[in-house]
Design a binder for this molecule. Sequence first.
Ligand SMILES: [Zn+2]
Ligand SMILES: [Zn+2]
Length: 183
Amino acid sequence: MTATTQLIEPINVEQQAQVLDKTQATLRLAECEYGRRFPAIPVLFDLRGRCSGMYRVRGNEQVMRFNPHIFAKYFSDNLATTVPHEVAHYVSDCLYGLGNIRPHGDEWRQIMKVFKANDSRTATYDLSGIPTRRQRYFTYCCQCQSHRLSSRRHNKLTRGEVSYHCRQCGDSLRFVAACQGAT
Ligand SMILES: [Zn+2]
Ligand SMILES: [Zn+2]
């Protein structure tokens, strides 16, 4: 018997606006405390998997990403903890440079104190109903059936490092299509 889990819908636009407001308000607290401007940072609601939030730097591009499903399930808690958590990463990056400090070290904890936010990082959410990270699959076929290969195996095949054969018919696998599927 399998228990059916209700899939959680992502937060709606009004809740997204609340998250953006909270982000701005939290940044303003930092601006008062440190007496300087922290430029607005792009906020995306595209995070999947088991993390509630993420602060990411790629080149000069800084971005905060939130998980719209975990936020939907535990909205007020994420508003109170996850938003300041990621804003504190951004502020500590502006103040010290991420490479110079430990990610959740003294500097980051000091900023969380300014935000009066919980820095324990021990939230154990029940994540049933939260969609898992999307993984890419590649469809191959042989003479008798179609096969689903992970991108890791697909890349090996493309580079000619391996060849895969069907266990049923012994035919070598031929590439058909790439598809996006939930794990
Ligand atoms: Zn963190
Ligand atoms: Zn086959």
